[in-house]
Design a protein around this ligand. Structure first.
Ligand code: NAP
Length: 307
């Protein structure tokens, strides 16, 4: 079988872990080019010898583009150019899909290209995969989950008696929160993920703007109380908000980098999936599995464009 040539954009937490998997894993794929912002920067995991390090727009003439860079503006340009030439685009970029996913799905369809982003929600946990599987019957009634580890960490610490500021500082010290935590604590990270899951569940692209979003800044939690930033959607209502949960609720037991998604079907059956939502090696399994579908000859598109 001919090896698929990958153009990889990004050699950070995700990109380097993916690059290692390309070299060690079982699929017949190889890195044709790598693009980073600063090729001269020293790296914990060195880029492999013999692979061209190029600008992102020079990494698109390949069999598959894998974008693990982040941001919206650059990735939008690269995704458009890739899909317009009929080349599959695989990414972990939730911000891109929650703002421009409809346009990109349309471009993929028009040009016979694939668009996949399994790592964009739940990291390595197969949340998009389970949602896609259950959506086939058209009978998903509700999605509900904890999909943001930063707020889970902060809200757990607040339930143990810490103030919001103390809990945020502890999350930053433990590596659970960025120096600028606003995307997480304002609820936008969870809202982007919920928009993508809802798009997959009900087949039509939904932007982040459709999600009613309340963050956790300034929240008060009583000692002993369990609160989670709950992402909750039905076809008519997408909402992210901090909600007190019963100690017996599976969402109450989510800790650390764990994420959990619960899908309720119209017949009342409930499916749950949980696992690590962050960390390069854990999350790139989802990227690799997306590429495996392309190797198998599939040309999937994550969801339909907005109607
Ligand atoms: N980290 C996780 O656990 C995780 C989990 C799920 C999804 N994701 C998603 O995966 C993506 C990557 O995340 P990450 O944590 O791996 O980020 P990261 O560690 O900051 O790495 C980003 C990489 O992209 C490169 N890059 C950024 N902008 C670029 C540009 N304009 N042109 C060329 N290269 C550019 C950077 O180059 P330099 O190295 O030269 O700076 C770096 O190699 C994001 O969309 C993120 O939301 C991450």
């Amino acid at each position: 079988m001919q090896r698929l040539r990958i153009g990889l954009i990004g050699w950070g937490t995700m990109g380097a872990a993916f690059g290692e998997l390309v070299q060690d894993g079982p699929l017949p794929i190889s890195l044709a080019a790598i693009a980073v912002r600063d090729p001269a920067r020293a790296r914990a995991i060195p880029m492999p010898d013999g692979v061209d390090v190029v600008r992102p727009d020079e990494a698109l003439d390949v069999d598959v583009v894998v974008e693990l860079a982040g941001g919206v503006e650059g990735p939008l340009t690269w995704a458009r150019a890739t899909l317009e030439r009929g080349t599959p685009y695989v990414t972990a970029n939730k911000a891109l899909l929650a703002t421009h996913g409809g346009e990109l799905a349309g471009l993929a369809r028009t040009n016979g290209a694939a668009l996949l982003a399994s790592a964009s929600v739940g990291g390595g946990t197969p949340m998009i995969e389970m949602t896609t599987h259950l959506a086939a019957t058209g009978r998903i009634e509700r999605l509900r989950g904890a999909v943001n580890a930063t707020t889970t960490y902060i809200l757990s610490a607040m339930g143990e008696g810490r103030s919001y500021d103390e809990a945020l500082a502890a999350a930053q010290a433990a590596g659970y929160a960025e120096a600028d935590p606003s995307l997480d604590v304002d609820g936008r990270d969870a809202a982007q993920k919920l928009a993508i899951l809802a798009s997959v569940a009900w087949g039509r692209w939904r932007p982040e703007a459709d999600v009613s979003t309340t963050g956790i800044v300034g929240l008060e939690v009583q000692p002993g109380e369990t609160v989670r930033l709950v992402a909750d959607a039905t076809p008519d209502r997408l909402r992210v908000a901090p909600i007190p949960v019963d100690p017996e609720d599976p969402l109450a037991r989510v800790t650390g980098v764990e994420n959990l998604l619960e899908i309720t079907m119209r017949d009342g059956s409930i499916f749950r999936v949980s696992g690590p939502g962050a960390g390069g090696p854990a999350c790139v399994t989802a990227v690799y599995a997306d590429v495996a579908r392309l190797v198998a000859g599939e040309r999937p598109i994550l969801f339909r464009s907005a109607s």
